[in-house]
Ligand binder design. Structure first.
Ligand SMILES: Nc1ncnc2c1ncn2[C@@H]1O[C@H](COP(=O)(O)OP(=O)(O)O)[C@@H](O)[C@H]1O
Ligand SMILES: [Mg+2]
Length: 231
C-alpha cells in the first residue's frame, strides 16, 4: 500500500514553484513522519496528498496492492485545533462531522455518544469547544475526525500547542490507531518524534532531502541517541 507522487509540481503563485517535478513514494499502513523546518512545504505536501490542494501538473496515485487505486478517506487534524471548530457546542461539533459524510440522524446520536466517551469528553458535551484546554481541544478534533472512520489520518504538527502530558497522551492514542489499520502521516519539526514512526520523509525548501525507514534515519543522524528512545 502506498501513495505515489509522480512529477508533481505546485506553487501558490504562477511564477514560483514550491514543488517542482517532485517524485516520492510514501508507504501506507504504518506511521510516516514528515519532518522539515518551518516553510519547507510539509503542510502543502499533506494537503496535496489529501486532495485539499491540486497539483499544477503531475499525478498522485494511491495503490492498495490489489489493483485498487481508489483515493482513501482522509482525516486532517490541523496544527491549531481552533481552526477546525465551527459550533459552540461540543456535541454539535462531533455530530457535524457525521452530517458532512451523510449519516442519517437516528444513527448519529449513539455514535456521537460513543465517540465523546472514548475521548473522555462526554461530561463536557454541552460546553463550548472554546472552553477546553489545548489537549482537550485536540481530543475533540480527533474525535470529530475518527467518527467518520478515515483510512489515512494526517496530523499536522499536532503536539506544538500541547504540554508534555497531553503530548504523551496523543502519542498513545495515535499508536492505538495503527492497530485499527489507520495509516498515520505525522507532521513535525521535532526530530525526537521520528522515533515513534516507521518511515520518515524530510523536506528542505520543497525538496525531499531524505526518505527511508525511521530506524535508519535515527542511526544515521543521531547515532548516540539511538538507544535512548524506544518505539
Ligand atoms: N496559502 C498560501 N499562500 C501563499 N503561500 C503560501 C501559502 N501557504 C504556504 N505558503 C508558502 O509555501 C511555503 C511552504 O509552506 P508550508 O507548506 O506551510 O510549509 P510548512 O508546513 O513546512 O511550514 C512557505 O514559503 C509558505 O510561505
Ligand atoms: Mg505547516
Amino acid at each position: 500500500m502506498s501513495i505515489k507522487l509522480l512529477d508533481v509540481s505546485f506553487g501558490y503563485d504562477s511564477y514560483t514553484h514550491l514543488f517542482y517535478h517532485l517524485n516520492l513514494t510514501i508507504p501506507m499502513c504504518c506511521w510516516v513522519t514528515i519532518i522539515g523546518d518551518c516553510g519547507s512545504g510539509k503542510t502543502t505536501l499533506a494537503k496535496l496528498i489529501a486532495g485539499i490542494l491540486t497539483p499544477v501538473s503531475g499525478d498522485i496515485i494511491f495503490s492498495w496492492g490489489d489493483g485498487n487505486s481508489q483515493k482513501p478517506e482522509f482525516g486532517y487534524l490541523f496544527q491549531n485545533p481552533d481552526d477546525q471548530f465551527v459550533h459552540f457546542n461540543i456535541e454539535r461539533e462531533v455530530a457535524f462531522s457525521l452530517e458532512n459524510v451523510g449519516i442519517a440522524r437516528d444513527e448519529m446520536f449513539p455514535r456521537v455518544e460513543e465517540s465523546l466517551k472514548n475521548a473522555n469528553l462526554w461530561n463536557r458535551r454541552n460546553d463550548s469547544p472554546n472552553n477546553l484546554s489545548g489537549g482537550e481541544k485536540q481530543r475533540l478534533a480527533l474525535a470529530g475526525m475518527l467518527i467518520t472512520e478515515p483510512k489515512v489520518l494526517i496530523l499536522d504538527e499536532p503536539t506544538s500547542f500541547l504540554d508534555i502530558i497531553a503530548q504523551a497522551e496523543l502519542y498513545k492514542v495515535t499508536k492505538a490507531l495503527l492497530d485499527e489499520k489507520v495509516s498515520i502521516i505525522w507532521i513535525t519539526q521535532e526530530p525526537n518524534e521520528i522515533n515513534m514512526s516507521d518511515y520518515v520523509v524530510k523536506l528542505e525548501r520543497g525538496k525531499v532531502s531524505h526518505c527511508g525507514k525511521s530506524a535508519d534515519y535515527v542511526r544515521r543522524y543521531f547515532p548516540r541517541r539511538n538507544s535512548k528512545f524506544e518505539k
